[in-house]
Design a protein around this ligand. Structure first.
Ligand code: ADP
Ligand code: MG
Length: 714
């Protein structure tokens, strides 16, 4: 068998290990083979990458006689007797007497009838829990139990799910040890160049595989985990970075002139200095724009961080070199809002033009949505085709329908569009010869490390600083009906001072009809009770477009004091005079959505408040508390990631991704960034030779085509 081959041969590659069936191991017959394949173990590689769920550190264990009542302890004990009974309310109770030579205690389990069978079939178990005293006897109630067989190592690995498929954790452990022993003569190949391992303090791969299964200390187990998690992340990043470089190589971009006169005029026309974050983002974008390869960059920034300005600077660089710029918004309303905002921002900026008698000409900005029709539309289209339109703002249709650009140089895509390979292809068709540079903007902050994975073939710039002079939004939690009156009191007070308020109705995801009904009900209730003295409007998704617009316009112009709405107001509404946001049933929303909603206030000079109304609190509410504590979208995104538990890539991105078992976006934040750096170095150095071939072979072995397609579908 290959495993037993003579020494002196090349170390085993992962692919070779993947080609050896587990039934080649001693003790794996028909039945075990089937049991193993029930949890996806077919090959020796599958077995070696079936990692322990946790380890029991027996050096930490305590003797029963030394354990103190009221403390949490780890005991390794023998099961002496097991008894099953039915107690009140037909609850099942399993009691076991266990001991370790120094004493004896009882384990009591409620509603776990299967424990009886489990405990009858094992000899030794590790139990972890709080030691209690009950009627003079010492016991643990519902402790964590890990059968460990007769394994005597100091640190015992516990494998996942093994009970369900009738394979004990020590049987798996035994097979793993056998496989490791048989890999010993050749060792396992480590294709990651040693200089990176040294720089990042990562241990050798074979040592890591050995240590994750049979660590001699907990520190060694952690080092092993870190190394193997790095390998998983590196494979993902290699796939993404290679894809990114391929796309870049496949098309030629425009080498823009980044510090010309138009940009200078624009910056000096601004009534305020740029924030540090804006300056940084513009510098990052400029260096992309100057290069011959097309830019594909994500700009992340909280609501109000000043993304528009960065977008406009990007587009003007294109205009400066005689090209055109386009901004795509997700809806017509937002396109119109951007058009008027940007027209205002650029005022009467003039484009330097040596062919013109005056040395310059006015900048031409146009709007193109489905609502622009007739002669107006024909004029815009003609202007795009003959280059007389410099900037066009519109919806996604800009790049899809019969719109011809004379020379499209830069495109900014605003908000949540998945601007992927297909759209890039559409853009390439628009572009005569050169691929325009693309900037995608999003106001939904995702943690940087997640962005590096989810949007892994993009570069990322971050606006993590709000312009000065904003009064931060104060967020308060109103829990239970007793605390609601103060909310409406404040709404009335603010309206008394000439301000306005939003009330967001409970989110009902099951049905839009129910949601609309609840919005109508809320509206009726407030009009006839707490807000009866105010002018209260209603806005929801089932209203006719004209009615929606009328409601929005009346609110914007101040004819309404309060707007009761469903989440349709989440995106893009901008009424600086609104200073109160009340979110009802706030615990039905996620952190990101609440943060997004809250961004609708705090847009003017006045101090703003956001009320999160929930039912009576029956304990801490970490999501609500996080929003009360922080207005920083990036910080909240990190909290969100933490609260979602383990947060492995698998659970945040896509189920069934086979290769990401250890890496966690939460625990391994810095490792993601490091893996990305290493991936860039490896991919960019690749032209010198084929040193990286074994690594890329692992990528194709372990990342399925689906994984890769998913990862690059940015
Ligand atoms: P975003 O699109 O990121 O939500 P905007 O671009 O709409 O934010 O900017 C929000 C507001 O902040 C606008 O009124 C804009 O004029 C203003 N603003 C942008 N940059 C600055 C700055 N550097 N200093 C002061 N105000 C700024
Ligand atoms: Mg914006």
């Amino acid at each position: 068998m290959i495993l037993a081959a003579s020494t002196g041969e090349r170390p085993l590659s992962l692919r070779e290990l993947a080609e050896i069936d587990v039934d080649r191991l001693r003790g794996v017959g028909e039945q075990r083979r089937r049991a193993l394949s029930e949890f996806g173990i077919e090959s020796v590689l599958d077995l070696l990458t079936h990692y322990p769920r946790r380890w029991i550190d027996r050096t930490n264990q305590m003797r029963i006689s030394d354990a103190e009542v009221g403390t949490e302890v780890l005991l390794v004990v023998e099961v002496r007797s097991v008894e099953e009974r039915t107690v009140r309310n037909r609850r099942k109770m399993v009691t076991a007497k266990v001991g370790d030579g120094s004493g004896q205690i009882s384990l009591v389990f409620f509603n776990q009838p299967w424990r009886a069978r489990q405990l009858e079939t094992v000899k030794s178990v590790a139990v972890h829990g709080r030691l209690e005293e009950y009627r003079g006897f010492r016991q643990m109630t519902n402790p964590l139990v890990d059968p460990i067989g007769d394994r005597t190592g100091r640190i015992v690995p516990i494998y996942p799910q093994s009970e369900k498929v009738r394979l004990s954790t020590w049987e798996i452990g035994g097979l793993v040890e056998q496989a490791l022993r048989r890999c010993e003569p050749r060792g396992i190949d480590d294709p990651v160049p040693i200089e990176y391992l040294e720089r990042l303090g990562l241990i050798d791969r074979f040592a890591a595989i050995r240590a994750i299964h049979t660590p001699t200390s907990m520190a060694e187990a952690q080092d092993a985990r870190r190394r193997l998690a790095f390998d998983e992340l590196l494979r993902v990043q290699l796939a993404l970075v290679r894809r990114k470089r391929e796309l870049e190589a496949a098309s030629r971009g425009v080498e823009h002139i980044v510090d010309g006169e138009l940009i200078g005029r624009f910056f000096s026309s601004l009534p305020f200095p740029l924030t540090g974050a804006q300056r940084r983002a513009i510098a990052e974008i400029s260096s992309d724009l100057a290069l011959p390869r097309p830019m594909h960059r994500l700009l992340q920034g909280d609501v109000g961080a000043g993304k528009t300005l960065v977008a406009v600077a990007t587009l003007l660089v294109a205009v400066q070199g005689g090209h055109q710029g386009a901004l795509m918004a997700p809806t017509e309303v937002l396109a119109e809002q951007h058009h008027s905002g940007i027209t205002g921002l650029l005022g009467d900026l003039r484009v330097p033009d040596p062919d013109n008698l005056f040395g310059d000409r006015p900048l031409r900005i146009e709007l193109l949505t489905n609502r622009v029709g007739g002669q107006e539309r024909r004029d815009v289209l003609a202007g795009l085709a003959d280059r007389s339109v410099d900037l066009v703002i519109g919806t996604h249709a800009l790049i899809q329908e019969g719109v011809d650009f004379a020379s499209l140089g830069a495109v900014v895509v605003d908000e949540q569009h998945r601007f992927g390979v297909e759209q890039r292809a559409a853009l390439r068709d628009k572009a005569s010869e050169r691929m325009p540079d693309v900037l995608v903007m999003t106001a939904t902050p995702i943690p940087r490390t997640a962005a590096m994975t989810v949007y892994g073939d993009l570069d990322v710039s971050v606006l993590d600083e709000l312009p000065p002079g904003r009064t931060p939004i104060v967020t308060r939690w109103a829990a239970g009906p007793m605390s609601e009156p103060q909310v409406w009191e404040q709404v009335r007070a603010e309206v008394g001072d000439g301000r306005q308020a939003y009330v967001v109705c409970p989110l009902i995801t099951e049905s839009e009809n129910l949601e609309v009904a609840s919005a109508e009900e809320t509206h009726e209730r407030l009009v006839s009770t707490d807000l009866s003295s105010l002018r209260v409007g209603l806005l929801h998704g089932r209203m006719a477009q004209a009615d929606k617009e009328e409601a929005m316009n009346s609110f914007r112009s101040g004819e309404l004091d309060v707007l009761v709405a469903t989440t349709v107001i989440e995106v893009g509404v901008d009424v600086p005079n609104a200073t109160v946001m009340v979110v009802l049933d706030a615990d039905r929303f996620g952190i990101a959505q609440l943060h997004q909603l809250r961004g609708r206030v705090g847009r003017g000079e006045h101090a703003s408040t956001c009320w999160l109304v929930t039912g009576e609190a029956d304990g801490p509410n970490p999501r609500i508390e996080a929003l009360v504590a922080s207005t920083d979208g990036f910080e909240l995104a990190e909290v969100d990631l933490d609260l979602r538990g383990e947060g492995t890539l698998m659970s945040t991105a896509q189920k069934g991704r086979s290769d990401l078992r250890l890496a966690s976006l939460r625990r391994d934040r810095e490792l993601v960034a490091e893996a990305r750096d290493v991936a860039f170095s490896i991919v960019d150095a690749q032209s010198d030779g084929d040193d990286a071939a074994p690594l890329f072979d692992e990528v194709s072995l372990l990342l399925s085509e689906d994984d890769e397609a998913f990862l690059t579908k940015s």
